[in-house]
Design a protein around this ligand. Structure first.
Ligand code: ADP
Ligand code: MG
Length: 257
């Protein structure tokens, strides 16, 4: 078991509020890792710091032998760290296929909007991008929907499309912020199967998630945050039985059957 990512003493403050407080964690290469904790405990801030959306005030984030703490989102994405957002960020006026194609922008050297508006000039690149997007849509089971407008898709399919778009960037480590939020039980099961497939295909997974069935069924290692501090870490069983975790977060949320 090797470490994919090593976070040491990461701290982020907003004004007087310490959102993430001296936080350390390893993501290993053979575990699906979840970050859980109450609302406002610093989970999204942690994903934002790993993906370069926010720069941590102090600490280190080591990935492939480099400290990526001060790198930009584009630099980090090029190293293979790709993230999805807590609220879906698709382009509602574009088709399913076009949305998937946008995910390939990281390799084109131009930004997302330029890549949308320069398509005609770059027919060959577009064809290749289209082929890759079709393959990504097949991978997540959305190929038949490729010409639909995104706003016509059920929420579960929009989430799958978001995964297809993330896969277009050829991630090595995928960061998912509450992927199961808003999904019904059937869609949640589909999501778990899809994430298992992605992990089996060699992509490392780190997710923030509130749905305990998803966390307990999918993840091998769980880190628990409360008020920006790590209060526990371990297997699903260890975490579930940890008194401080039950007190700070789980309560009645997840009872063993
Ligand atoms: P979680 O994802 O665990 O619900 P967040 O990481 O979103 O929590 O937020 C942690 C804390 O930091 C919260 O108190 C939140 O209000 C605050 N926070 C997050 N982002 C910002 C920001 N950009 N500016 C000011 N405060 C923020
Ligand atoms: Mg959040």
């Amino acid at each position: 078991m090797a470490n994919v990512l090593e976070i040491r003493n990461l701290t982020k403050t907003f004004g007087g509020l310490t959102a993430v407080d001296n936080f350390s964690m390893d993501i290993t290469d053979c575990q699906i890792h979840a970050l859980i904790g109450p609302n406002g405990s610093g989970k999204t801030t942690t994903i934002n710091m790993i993906s370069g959306v926010l720069t941590a005030d102090s600490g280190t984030i080591n990935y492939q032998g480099k400290d990526i703490r001060t790198m930009t989102t584009d630099e980090i994405a090029k190293l293979g760290i790709v993230r999805t957002f807590q609220n879906i960020k698709l382009f509602p006026s574009l088709s399913v296929l076009e949305n998937a194609m946008v995910g390939g922008h990281v390799f084109t050297g131009v930004n997302m909007f330029q890549s949308l508006f320069n398509f005609r000039k770059r027919a060959r690149e577009e064809r290749e991008l289209r082929e890759r997007a079709c393959a990504a849509l097949k991978y997540v089971g959305c190929y038949e929907l490729r010409d639909e407008n995104v706003s016509n898709l059920p929420y579960g399919k929009q989430k799958m499309l978001e995964l297809a778009r993330a896969m277009m960037a050829s991630p090595k480590l995928l960061l998912l912020d509450e992927p199961a939020a808003g999904l019904n039980p059937t869609e949640r099961m589909e999501l778990v199967s899809m994430l298992e497939k992605i992990f089996d295909d060699g992509v490392k997974l780190f997710l923030v998630e509130h749905n305990m069935d998803v966390v307990m069924n999918l993840c091998h290692q769980i880190t628990v945050l409360s008020f920006g501090k790590k209060i526990a870490e371990g297997s699903p069983k260890e975490t579930q039985e940890h008194p401080e975790v039950i007190k700070a977060y789980l309560g009645d949320r997840y009872k063993k059957v």
